[in-house]
Design a protein around this ligand. Structure first.
Ligand SMILES: Cc1cc2nc3c(=O)[nH]c(=O)nc-3n(C[C@H](O)[C@H](O)[C@H](O)COP(=O)(O)O)c2cc1C
Length: 336
C-alpha cells in the first residue's frame, strides 16, 4: 500500500491529508467548531464568500458579510473560499483578508453550479468554460495574497461534452496556484450520477508542482482509504458526509494511521451533539436564526434513522429555542 502522507499547501502542512469542503449555508463557525472537536481534519474551509458583496458593503460602511464571522479568531489552519468573476474584485478582497483576517489559505471557487452563481453571475463553474480566465484570476489573486497560498476548487468542466480539466489544472498551476481541488463532476451534472475519480486521477501527471485534492461522494472511512489506495491524489476533500457524521474525519485519520477506529457515537451521543451544535449557533446568531438554520442540520444528523421523517417535520415546525430543545429530547430518532 502506498504511503499516505501529510502534504503542504504553500507553507501550510495539511496533516492528515483530509480536507473539509466549503458548503454554503453549512460550513459556518458553529459547524467548524464541531469538526475541530472531533479532529482528524487537515484543513477546514469556510462557506464561499462573495468578493463583490464584501466590496459593496465596505463602500457603504456596512458590517462585513456574516460569513466572515469567527474567521479572525478561530484556530488555524483555515481556508477562506471566495467567489466572483472579476480578478480585481477578488484581488481586493484577498488583500483585505490578508490584512484583517490572516487565513491560512485563500481558495477560489470555480466549481459552484448553482444558477444564481454560474448563470446569473457568470462565476463559479461558469468560468471553467475559459481556462485562460481562470488563470488570469488565479494570477491576480496570488499577487494580491502575498505569502498566503491561493488554491482553486474546480469541477471537471462545464458539460460532459466539453471536459477540459487538464487545461484548467495547468492554468491554475502556471498562474501560481498552490493546490488544486477537483470535484469529479461537471457543472451540468450538478450532483447527479457519480463523481468520476478516474478523471480526477488523470490530472496528476500534468501537475508538476502542486498537490491534487480529489473530491466527490466519499461516505465512509473505508471508502476514503480505498480512494487513497486506488488513485494518485495527495489529499481528499469531504463535504456532505461530514454534515451527517462530523466524526468521519477522525475515523478516516485513525484508519489511515492503522489505529483502532472510533465507533459511531450512540444515538444518545448524537442527540447531545445536535443540541451542542444548536447551542453554538444560538451563541453566534441568536435563537431565532439558530432555530431556522438548525432545520438543515437536524435533517443531516437524522438521515437514515428510524423516525427521521417525523423528527424533521417537528423540527421544521419549531417556533423557538425551548420548543426546539424539547423536540430534540423527545423525538430524536431512537433507532437506525
Ligand atoms: C449544500 C452544499 C453547499 C455547497 N457549497 C459550496 C461552496 O460554497 N463552495 C464550493 O466550492 N463548493 C460547495 N459545495 C460543493 C462541495 O464543496 C463538494 O464539492 C460537493 O458536495 C462534493 O463533495 P461530497 O460528495 O463530499 O459532498 C456545496 C455542496 C453542498 C451539498
Amino acid at each position: 500500500m502506498r504511503m499516505i502522507s501529510p502534504f503542504y499547501i504553500g507553507s501550510i502542512l495539511i496533516n492528515p491529508p483530509l480536507l473539509s469542503a466549503p458548503m454554503a449555508g453549512f460550513t459556518n463557525l458553529a459547524y467548524r467548531e464541531i469538526l475541530r472537536q472531533f479532529g482528524g481534519v487537515g484543513l477546514i474551509a469556510t462557506e464561499m464568500i462573495s468578493a463583490r458583496s464584501f466590496v459593496h458593503k465596505e463602500a457603504r460602511g456596512e458590517e462585513a458579510p456574516s460569513r466572515l464571522w469567527g474567521i479572525a479568531d478561530e484556530p488555524r489552519p483555515l481556508a477562506v473560499q471566495i467567489w466572483d468573476n472579476q480578478p480585481e474584485t477578488l484581488a481586493y478582497f484577498a488583500e483585505r483578508l490578508v490584512c484583517d483576517y490572516q487565513p491560512s489559505v485563500i481558495d477560489l471557487n470555480f466549481g459552484c453550479p448553482a444558477p444564481a452563481i454560474a448563470k446569473n453571475s457568470a462565476s463559479g463553474s461558469y468560468l471553467l468554460k475559459t481556462p485562460e480566465k481562470v488563470g488570469a484570476i488565479v494570477e491576480c489573486v496570488v499577487r494580491a495574497a502575498g505569502k498566503i497560498p491561493v488554491t482553486a476548487k474546480i469541477r471537471l468542466g462545464w458539460t460532459r461534452g466539453t471536459i477540459n480539466v487538464i487545461d484548467t489544472a495547468q492554468a491554475v498551476e502556471s498562474a501560481g496556484g498552490a493546490a488544486l481541488t477537483v470535484h469529479g463532476r461537471t457543472a451540468q451534472d450538478m450532483y447527479a450520477g457519480k463523481a468520476d475519480w478516474d478523471a480526477i486521477a488523470a490530472i496528476k501527471p500534468y501537475l508538476k508542482r502542486i498537490p491534487l485534492i480529489g473530491n466527490g461522494d466519499i461516505k465512509s472511512a473505508a471508502q476514503a482509504a480505498e480512494i487513497f489506495r486506488k488513485f494518485p491524489v495527495d489529499g481528499v476533500m469531504i463535504g456532505r458526509a461530514g454534515l451527517e457524521k462530523p466524526w468521519i474525519f477522525r475515523q478516516i485519520s485513525q484508519l489511515l494511521r492503522g489505529e483502532e477506529m472510533m465507533s459511531e457515537p450512540s444515538l444518545a451521543e448524537q442527540r447531545a451533539l445536535l443540541l451542542q451544535h444548536f447551542d453554538l449557533l444560538v451563541r453566534q446568531m441568536g435563537g431565532e436564526k439558530a432555530v431556522i438554520l438548525m432545520r438543515k442540520y437536524a435533517t443531516c444528523y437524522s438521515k437514515g434513522k428510524y423516525g427521521a421523517r417525523q423528527f424533521r417535520t417537528a423540527v421544521c415546525a419549531a417556533r423557538d429555542e425551548p420548543e426546539f430543545r424539547k423536540i430534540v429530547q423527545e423525538l430524536f430518532p431512537a433507532g437506525e
